[in-house]
Design a protein around this ligand. Structure first.
Ligand code: SF4
Length: 427
């Protein structure tokens, strides 16, 4: 079977991790609704929050305002926050009205926020009550997207984790791909695996509540995103088995991810090579083009998307970059352990954040490229440093072979732009 990639020398699995706790600069988990609502066509996300939460969603969603919305905000007014009104009754009214107006909604997510947490509004209790009230036509679940509890990709994790316990049981041997990917990217992955004879393949989140996705002891699953720790734990609780794999970023990452699944399903080497040879060659060529700009340059990751470790592996191994610091909100070795094995020793690994101390380390290092959130990017750009917004990595299709060149391009573009600005300044 295909040789999985190896590293000559030591990887970072056992590198001591710098853990700092202080002020952090990240979006909250509500952000995940922006990509999740596109995947689940009969779902509605009702944020129980403040006007700030509503503004975040509206400005992040932009164009979606013109479509039939699949998310909204039940605004907690000051009287609710002061505990003067019974917020549970109010919420019942809002949901009754929403569901009678929108019979197309089959899954309703009550999404917690900072304000609902502060007043300790029990959304789990509300979801249970509403499930009984609106059964069987609507399934009501809850999760938290609060900035107190979550970083921006944890919203997806919390959402998927909330769905796992209510999925039906199946004894069928099946593969489940876990993570909300753009449809075109998901189709590519499923297509490659099917061409190897692997199936049946299902995805979580499923596009509709009445899909045939069940779970059980003969289910094996592969994560497509490294930020799904709670979902992994819930899936294991249902008896499903995780296939540990390097994440499918870049040519090497995609091949290793596919190979881990192919091994599980006993795919022979010839079949694997026949299916992957052409897209592998295309990916290698596309990455090589963008890597011309990246080769020999240094990169510094602030903790944001939880994609940092797999991306550092991709940028160092496939694009010739040097990682100075790889910061991640959480380091879950059961999920990113294989990526850590392939990341050559050298960079500082950090978990969590004390933003002032980390900014100082970044300024001292003067990396060629800094990957960080929007709040840090502007001040760093003003200091003449090239930055990449981490959030774009979640909004842009970046997984698997056909997107490998685009992924490398996301990093090479800001560097080329910074180079041009310098040329213009000195001209
Ligand atoms: Fe702000 Fe909290 Fe609402 Fe997120 S959940 S928009 S951090 S108030």
């Amino acid at each position: 079977m295909t040789e999985l990639p190896r590293l000559t020398g030591s990887g970072c699995r056992d590198t001591p991790i710098l853990k700092q706790r202080g002020q952090r600069e990240v979006f909250c988990g509500l952000t995940g609704i922006i990509w999740l609502h596109r995947k689940m066509q009969d779902a509605f996300f009702l944020v129980v929050g403040s006007r700030t939460c509503a503004h975040l969603l509206q400005s992040a969603a932009g164009v979606m305002i013109f479509a039939e919305p699949r998310f909204g905000t039940a605004i907690l007014e000051e009287t609710d926050l002061a505990g003067l009104a019974d917020a549970q009754d109010e919420l019942d009214k809002v949901v009754d009205e929403l569901l009678s107006r929108r019979p197309d909604i089959k899954q309703l997510f009550l999404v917690g926020s900072c304000p609902s947490e502060v007043i300790k509004l029990d959304l789990a209790k509300a979801a249970e009550r509403m499930t009984i009230r609106h059964a069987p036509s609507v399934r009501v679940l809850n999760f938290s997207g609060s900035g107190i509890e979550t970083t921006f990709t944890q919203g997806e994790d919390a959402c998927l984790a909330s769905m796992v316990p209510v999925l039906p049981h199946t004894d069928e041997r099946q593969l489940v791909l876990v993570g909300a990917l753009p449809d075109v990217v998901e189709e590519q992955a499923v297509g490659l695996l099917r061409d190897m004879g692997i199936g049946p393949i299902r995805v979580l989140p499923a596009p509709r509540a009445d899909s045939d996705l069940g779970l059980g002891p003969n289910t094996v699953f592969a994560l497509t995103q490294p930020f799904l720790g709670d979902t992994l734990a819930e899936l294991e609780r249902r008896g499903a088995r995780h296939i540990p794999a390097v994440f499918p970023f870049g040519e090497e990452g995609t091949t290793a991810w596919l190979a881990a699944i192919a091994q599980e399903f006993g795919v022979d080497q010839d079949t694997f090579d026949r299916v992957t040879a052409a897209p592998r060659a295309r990916a290698r060529k596309a990455v090589a083009q963008a890597a011309e700009t990246l080769n020999g340059k240094s990169v510094f990751f602030f903790p944001d998307s939880q994609l940092e470790i797999p991306l550092a592996r991709f940028l160092t191994r496939e694009c010739g970059m040097e990682a100075i610091e790889v910061g991640a909100p959480f380091v879950h070795k059961g999920i990113v352990g294989l990526d850590l094995d392939l990341l050559a020793e050298g960079p500082t690994l950090s978990e969590g954040q004390d933003v002032d101390l980390q900014l100082q380390r970044c300024r001292d290092a003067r990396p060629d490229l800094t990957v960080c959130g929007l709040g840090l990017a502007n001040p760093l750009e003003a200091e003449g440093m090239a930055t990449k917004w981490a959030i774009e990595l979640v909004f842009t299709p970046v997984h698997f072979y056909e997107q490998a060149g685009d992924l490398a391009g996301l990093f090479s573009r800001p560097m080329r732009r910074a180079g041009l600005l310098k040329v213009e300044e000195t001209a």
